[in-house]
Each structure stands twice: as C-alpha cells, then as structure tokens.
Design a protein around this ligand. Structure first.
Ligand SMILES: [Zn+2]
Length: 326
C-alpha cells in the first residue's frame, strides 16, 4: 500500500504535473484526487497534495490503483446486503479495511503485482463504481448507507499486539464460530470459537444435499485420498470427532480419515458442520455457511439489532483486539 501517489514536480521554469496512477483511465476517481492547478505557481513551494492510502487491485484482468476507502465501498457492497443494520455495515467496513491492510503488507504469490483481487473465493468481492451505480440505481439511499458505514469508520482497523489482524469473516455460523486451527491448521489467538446467536435469520443457515451412492463415491475419490468403499454404505462412516461448535473435526470413511473441512470441499458443502443420513441415497444436512472463522455477518446483524455498536460487534468476534487508526 502506498501512502502518497500524487507528486507535482517542478522541472526548469515550467510546471509539470506527473500523475502516476490511473485517474485518467478511471475517470470517476480523477476529479477528486487531481491537485488544484490554480494553486500551483513557480513562486510557491510545492508540497505533495495530501492523499489517501491507495491499494492495487486486480479486477477483471486489470491492475487498478485506487484509494483504499473508495475500494471499500465496493467491498462492503459486494460482501454484505445493504439492508443490514448500519452498525453491522460499519463492522463489515472495519473488518474489510483491516483484511486489506493486512494483505497489502506482504506479496501474494497468486497476484504479486496486486495487494488484493476481486475474486471473493481468494480475496474479497468488489463492485466497481459503475457496478455500484447500476446495482443501486433503484435504491441510491442504500449505496449512501454503505458509503456512510465506510466514511464513519475511516482509517479504523483492528489490531492485536499492534499489528493489523487477519480479519476473516463468513456469512453464517452454526451458532458458534470456529477456531482458526480447526479450519486452517494453525491457532490464531484472536480467531477463537465464540457463541453467535441469531444465525437462524440467514437464508443459508441450513441446507440439505442428496447424493446417489455412485455420485458420493466419485466425489470422494476425485480428491487426493482414494477410499476402498465396502459393500454396505450404512457402515461407511465411523469414529466421528466433533469440536465444541459441532463441526466435524475428523471421521473415518471406510478406514480412511477425513477432516470435516476436506469433506466440505470435496462434496461442496456450505460448512463443515454436518450430519449424514444413509438410505438408498446419502443425505447431508449442513448448519452454517462458510468457514465459520471470525465475524459472522448474520450474527453481526443480529447483534446490531439488539443495540450493539460496531466496535462491540467486532470485539465479540475477534478476541482481544483493539481498534486503531491506520
Ligand atoms: Zn486475491
């Protein structure tokens, strides 16, 4: 992330404005961040115009540098329904800002020239200014609500031991969030399981998927482990181990061990918190939507409805963090 991008230079007796970044390509941002030419004369010392932190985004194949706060309008709009409570949207804005600041501190091997990308499965969802205008053409006040959530928390990030945290979030928990180590293998002190009420309001709180026996076998064996399926599916699953949230830590499938996270991926389940019923088909019912770590968006909205402020919401989901100004 770069703090300063626009530097007017004096060369000889003339004034040349060197504009580094993309406002000319990205017209909607240009006007706001161009230095005011009327104030520049050869008699006056030139100071860099105060500028906003910027990020470089990989969006639809293009590298775009834009102010962090502008980027966040597109992220909050892409990641959380505008119908959510203002305090939930503010919590989302701070979490997304923190995530971005954290990401931009190290190079990403999948897109080394960009701090973040707009693929929601890799970084965070993002809507461009044009997409925002289109999406909110019938409800412009919703877009204002999102911008307000970003503007009113400007520069605020979550820190732990003075460092921007990995502020992961998800749609809907199972009623408890997950420990980071249960999902990604390594413990993170501020990403620990906490109760999360009100998740039933989410349209994705539960889902039931049905597989034929053959489909199920094919999906499992499409992964890196090969299972020798025995004749009777009723005996396939054994040794269920669940964590405190009820998610599957491990289970034996015909003597081959899988984590719930592995089965979630292979079977494209909404979460690793699931029950299996076996008849002539295999029926799997999940609770929650997403990895379950960090802030639950539906949980945050529930808390906002109860009167929690955005900082209280964030401190509930990210244990031991503080809010700082970047
Ligand atoms: Zn990415």
């Amino acid at each position: 992330m770069k703090k300063k991008r626009f530097f007017p230079f004096l060369l000889g007796g003339g004034v040349f404005l060197v504009l580094w970044t993309i406002p000319l390509l990205f017209g909607c941002l240009g006007t706001k961040y161009l230095p005011d030419e009327k104030n520049i004369s050869s008699e006056e010392p030139l100071v860099p115009s105060p500028s906003e932190p910027t990020i470089t985004l990989l969006h639809q194949g293009n590298h775009i540098t834009l102010p962090l706060e502008e980027y966040l309008y597109g992220v909050v709009a892409g990641e959380m329904p505008a119908s959510f409570e203002p305090e939930a949207l503010k919590a989302q804005a701070v979490a997304a800002r923190t995530y971005t600041v954290n990401r931009s501190k190290s190079s990403n091997k999948d897109h080394p020239e960009a701090d973040v990308c707009s693929d929601s499965t890799h970084c965070k969802a993002y809507l461009s200014p044009e997409e925002l205008t289109q999406k909110f053409s019938k409800n412009p006040t919703d877009l204002e609500k999102i911008k307000q959530a970003v503007n009113s928390t400007k520069s605020q990030i979550l820190v732990y031991n003075g460092e921007a945290i990995t502020a992961v979030f998800h749609s809907t928990s199972s009623g408890m969030t997950e420990n980071a180590e249960d999902v990604w293998g390594n413990p993170v002190p501020y990403l620990v399981s906490v109760p999360s009420e009100g998740e039933e309001a989410s349209p994705r709180y539960t889902e039931t998927k049905t597989f034929t026996i053959l489909e199920f076998q094919e999906k499992i064996n499409a992964g890196t482990k090969t299972v020798s399926f025995t004749e009777n599916p009723q005996n396939w699953f054994s040794n269920w181990v669940r964590n405190e949230s009820g998610s599957v830590k491990s289970v034996l499938l015909c003597e081959t061990e899988f984590s719930g996270v592995e089965l979630r991926s292979l079977l494209e389940l909404r979460s690793a918190n699931f029950m299996v019923e076996i008849s002539d088909v295999i029926t799997i019912t999940t609770k929650g939507n997403g990895h379950g770590v960090g802030m639950s968006q539906y949980g945050a909205n529930h808390l906002a409805k109860l009167g929690y402020t955005y900082d209280q919401i964030l401190k509930k989901y990210y244990t031991g963090v503080e809010i700082a100004t970047d």
